[in-house]
Design a binder for this molecule. Structure first.
Ligand code: ASP
Length: 437
């Protein structure tokens, strides 16, 4: 990256950081004015003025805030399919030998599974030790109708599309990945004809990257609006009631982010974790404000390649795949939530049930789409598998907004950490860029 571009990136990061802080502050103010504040232990008991609350809800939250946040999120999502498709086809075609693609694929899958297993095991163990649900009552939740979670068989079957145009149109990420990789391999096999197309696809990729730059210019406004809306609608009262669950899960997520992942980078990847931690900031801000691994892909890809030095041949494959199947934060939520719900209903989980939770959560994360709240839908399949009451979901759902933001940060961080480790093991990580300022 040139010096001017680096300075521009730094300025943008600072602006987005301010947008986050101001968005959170403005959102908190709106929340108090709309819902009032009842914090017993601080002696605060304040009821909102109905006319003002209604006005703010209609003309501020449901008006400009949702419009600006929504436009920005749409802008990000608009980039995802062209970006993933072109960059993955170009990346695969540039790999040239299918054997290295196979190795890359297996390594990446194994690493994604491994980190997911660690995440869910740690979360479940801590939840069994700290018992966040002991002593609470299950009355907190509203009535809950469990949505249907897709079965693993269907998820696997649907990986190969029967209609690539439809997959691109619907943004079905796994299908797009499989199709793009096959197309890239076919282009290598087709010799000169393939090379001509590869050049064209490479050019398309360049153009789409410029599109990313345009959308990123709007990021400070978009992030402000997204965060203000999210905080304005947070149920602070409910969070306080479920404080033990929220605090334990937040602790698990931060532990994974700031301890487990740096350790993996150091001991599995042989990499200094500090540059990674420093450069992940921009990805975190987007993941946090959008609650969507998918919508964050343009930024995740850019940081992994431009700032951490992972070659496009690796990152173009591992990042979209990770955003779709690797969800360390989500499985942590599923582990803690399952233990919490069991404790809430006074059900002791047997060792077999615990192992089932680990296995089910890991498999369920593959089928979880990288969109807001998707993890909750998959939680139904984990609970059903161990025979826990599905109504328990209503309780954890009431505080899920904030936790979704946090776990999405962890989800995308896992993708970038694995990308760096795998790229380094393949000799595809530029160490100067990785360690650079
Ligand atoms: N929002 C998460 C993500 O996009 C998925 C989830 O709900 O756990 O990564």
């Amino acid at each position: 990256m040139s010096e001017a571009a680096a300075l521009r990136a730094q300025k943008l990061t600072r602006q987005i950081l301010w947008a986050l802080v101001l968005g959170a502050a403005f959102g908190t103010l709106l929340n108090f004015l709309i819902y009032g504040a009842h914090i017993g232990w601080l002696g605060i008991d304040w009821n909102p003025i109905p006319a003002l609350a209604a006005w703010l809800q209609t003309y501020i939250v449901n008006g400009p805030l949702k419009l600006l946040g929504g436009l920005f999120k749409n802008g990000l999502q608009l980039l995802v399919v062209p970006l993933v498709f072109f960059s993955l086809v170009a990346g695969t075609a540039a790999l040239r030998d299918p054997a290295s693609l196979g190795r890359l694929g297996w390594k990446t899958l194994a690493m994604y599974m491994f980190t997911t297993l660690i995440a869910v095991t740690v979360a479940l163990t801590l939840a069994m030790i700290f018992q966040p649900g002991a002593g609470a009552t299950p009355e907190l939740g509203a009535e809950f109708i469990a949505p249907e979670a897709p079965s693993l068989l269907n998820v696997l079957l649907a990986m190969v599309t029967t209609n690539p145009v439809a997959s691109l149109a619907n943004g079905s990420m796994l299908q797009i990945i499989v199709f793009a990789v096959l197309l890239g391999i076919a282009m290598v096999m087709a010799g000169q004809a393939g090379e001509r197309i590869a050049n064209f696809v490479g050019d398309c990729n360049e153009v789409v990257l410029q599109l990313v730059t345009i959308v990123m210019k709007l990021a400070p406004i978009g992030v402000f609006a997204l965060l203000a809306t999210a905080v304005a609608e947070l149920g602070f009262d409910t969070i306080l009631k479920l404080l033990k669950y929220v605090a334990l899960l937040a602790f698990c997520l931060l532990l994974h982010l700031f301890v487990t992942m740096p350790l993996l980078l150091r001991f599995l990847g042989g990499l200094n974790p500090w540059p990674w931690l420093r450069k992940m900031r921009q990805v975190w801000m987007f993941a946090f404000s959008t609650s969507s691994s998918n919508a964050t892909i343009p930024i995740t890809l850019r940081v992994a390649e431009d700032r951490l030095g992972a070659n496009n041949k690796v990152a173009a494959f591992t990042i979209p795949l990770g955003a779709t199947i690797n969800m360390d934060g989500t499985v942590m939520m599923q582990g803690v939530a399952t233990a919490f719900i069991a404790q809430l209903y006074g059900i002791d989980l047997t060792v077999i049930q615990l192992v089932t939770v680990v296995g089910m959560a890991t498999l369920a994360s593959i089928g979880t789409a990288g969109v807001p709240s998707a993890g909750m839908i998959m939680l139904t399949s984990v609970l059903a598998q161990v025979g826990l009451p599905l109504e328990g979901i209503a309780i954890v759902l009431s505080v899920d907004r904030l936790l979704d933001m946090l776990r999405t940060m962890v989800n995308v961080s896992g993708d970038v950490a694995v990308t760096c480790i795998v790229a380094n093991s393949e000799g595809q990580l530029d160490k100067d860029v990785y360690n650079g300022a």
